[in-house]
Ligand binder design. Sequence first.
Ligand SMILES: C[S@@+](CC[C@H](N)C(=O)[O-])C[C@H]1O[C@@H](n2cnc3c(N)ncnc32)[C@H](O)[C@@H]1O
Length: 242
Amino acid sequence: MSTQVEVRISSGLAQAFVADLERIRDRLPELAYCRAAHEEIKTRLRQSVALGQDFYESEAVNFNKAYFAKNYLKALLAVSYFRCRGLFADSAGLIDLGAGAGPATIAAVRAGLSSERVMIDSSHSQSDISSQLCTALSISSRPIRGDALQVIQAFPNATKLVSYWLCEQSSTGAELIRNVAGRSALFIDYPRYLDRVREALSHSHVIYSIDHRFHLPSALQRELNAKSIRVHSVAAVQRNAA
Ligand SMILES: C[S@@+](CC[C@H](N)C(=O)[O-])C[C@H]1O[C@@H](n2cnc3c(N)ncnc32)[C@H](O)[C@@H]1O
């Protein structure tokens, strides 16, 4: 079963988002959102992939300069929507796979989800940045550096947050997605990866997907230098009762 939903964000959460970006600008200016970084980083990412280089070690700061704010806002919209509808209510903690700088975990914290949070990333640089950001934003979370697929075995009942991580797993197959989804999971990714989620889980899980152009309140327009943000690549899944 697949259900499409509309998204909103409360003014309190919008303010929290703006305040977080301001704190990052004050305390970690090298990570502050930079629109100009976007095109450049996309080109370098393609080059690194072609050369087989580990982009998230060498370019972690630039990656987050370009993507952190938008990934955080998308996760905030998704998490707050699904939380309002009672999804993830029985979660035994949250585990963020390929957490990077942690936008999905930070969004979950701001939306009031579970107090148990684990962020896993294989990159030293990304893990270091997530620790710095969590300190700057007074967020407590347990960082683990390692391979997400190994680490999740220890957290079978946690809700998985999976934000732009499936795209890193070039061999992603149905088994991987079923393993990741478990009882409940929130996937944010490019549409083709969400199609794989839908195919792999169609009978075992209820799938809610977001497809919405979100018009940014004026404070967020200033922050992100955009009038709207498209949240079309989000799916939340919850396992059907047996
Ligand atoms: C595109 S970034 C996304 C980061 C973050 N989730 C976001 O939404 O901004 C992908 C992240 O996955 C990490 N990663 C890739 N493969 C991994 C694996 N097998 N285990 C843990 N982390 C992994 C990379 O180091 C990188 O930080």
